[in-house]
Design a binder for this molecule. Structure first.
Ligand SMILES: *Cc1c(COP(=O)(O)O)cnc(C)c1O
Length: 405
């Protein structure tokens, strides 16, 4: 029997019995309802103490079967476009429904008005094109601004403030647009910025100062200010006091309703990917194992971001006696999850459990190489597991042609 690891990504597994674990098919995503609730409670506390509203950014986590666990704690959903907005409206019909998209399509906009009640535009031109119709439909209208303040290093693809970024309107872009179309200002109910990624509250404070420096004159006219996502609020050690100070000071100073729309924070450490060793091999000095999961298909951020996901009972390379490179069964040479060390060599049939596999996983997976999509299960707080959904050959075929033939 494995020794249970109580570090944060695996704390929720304390309730999972060996018997339940062995019932799970592999590969399988396992969503942890207890951890979702604990995250929800932290985010609810912030809302209660400050009066801000916190939305779920569905692009990070949209497993709607477990939305009821988060529902008591969230003010609404945030969407990246038509489908996520519709999902939020269908699954959480009583909650606020916000949408931001870098560019809306004319042929989708009328339908979007059925679902969303806050619509955020990326550019003055989109605001001019769709803003009047949205306003006439009674929507609250926002503009995403770019405070041109980078606070992150390392993950350039996650920095909307990088030079030449297409995301958000800079002060210069806004001034040029208003000079030509002074009526744009009156359309705005709120401003939105999203510049952080897995960051603490000090980066928010720095960003807020830049927002104020660039857009101070607009803020008193706004009803709301949306601080975007990327706040790692539920990570142990996150500086809640600074976050709450940023929120309360901004609300007081400008008379705005502050919104936050994290994705990660809602489902941080609230899921696992359970996988089985299919084969082991050795190439020169390198020991390898092939798992029944694929990084490219089932955890694409491992390759895209890139990062090395936490693995239960495993150490850093060379930390334990046996260092093994873990990879998937696809033909992609780079379908590698990472190098890990173990107390003993892995053997065919061993089960491995990756942590923090709720966010940016189920919503990003794919069937490259004809890989099956893992089923999604839920781990309830009493330790019982249940299947939420399973997928099959049709889910692979239907995206490639007319599978009804
Ligand atoms: C990605 C994104 C979020 C959520 O970001 P997290 O890093 O998951 O908290 C929120 N708002 C917008 C506009 C985004 O693009």
């Amino acid at each position: 029997m494995r020794v249970r690891d109580s570090r944060p990504p695996f704390a929720g597994l304390a309730n999972l019995s060996e018997e339940q674990l062995h019932r799970l098919p592999t590969p399988c995503y396992l969503l942890d309802e207890g951890q979702l609730r604990r995250n929800g409670e932290i985010l609810f506390g912030v809302q209660q103490r400050t009066g801000c509203k916190i939305l779920l950014a569905q692009k990070a986590f949209s497993n709607f079967d477990v939305y009821p666990v988060l529902a008591p704690y969230l003010a609404g959903t945030e969407a990246s476009g038509l489908y996520e907005s519709r999902l939020g409206r269908e699954e959480l019909p009583e909650k606020e429904n916000h949408v931001f998209c870098a560019a809306y399509r004319a042929d989708e906009f009328t339908e979007l008005l059925h679902y969303a009640d806050h619509i955020v535009f990326n550019s003055p031109r989109q605001l001019a094109k769709f803003g009047p119709a949205a306003k006439a439909a009674g929507k609250s209208i926002g503009l995403r601004i770019n405070p041109e303040c980078s606070t992150q290093e390392g993950h350039a693809i996650y920095d909307p403030c990088a030079p030449g970024s297409r995301l958000g309107t800079t002060r210069a872009q806004w001034d040029a647009a208003v000079a030509a179309h002074p009526e744009l200002t009156a359309l705005l109910d709120g401003l939105h910025f999203h510049t952080l990624c897995e960051q603490d509250a000090d980066a928010l404070a720095t960003t807020l100062a830049a927002v104020e420096e660039k857009f101070r004159d607009l803020l008193p006219r706004m009803k709301w200010l949306n601080f975007g996502g990327g706040h790692h609020i539920t990570r142990p050690g996150y500086d809640l006091a600074t976050l709450e100070q940023c929120i309360t000071e901004t609300q007081k100073k400008y008379g705005v309703q502050v919104y936050l729309e994290p994705g990660e924070a809602w489902a941080l450490n609230a899921g696992y990917l359970v996988t089985t060793v299919l084969d082991t091999l050795c190439n020169g000095e390198t020991n390898l194992a092939i798992l029944d999961m694929s990084a490219a298909c089932h955890t694409p951020d491992v390759i895209e971001m890139p990062y090395r996901p936490p693995l239960l009972d495993a150490g850093e390379p060379e930390e334990k006696p046996c260092t093994i490179r873990l990879g998937g069964p696809t033909c992609l040479a780079g379908d590698v999850i990472g190098d890990y060390s173990f107390d003993a060599p892995l053997t065919e049939g061993d089960k491995l459990i990756f942590g923090d596999m709720a966010i940016y996983t189920t919503c990003k997976n794919n069937t490259f190489n004809g890989m099956p999509l893992p089923p999604i299960w839920a781990l309830a707080e009493d330790g019982s597991c249940r299947e939420l959904v399973r997928f099959g050959y049709r889910d692979f075929k239907m995206r490639l042609g007319n599978a009804a033939r």
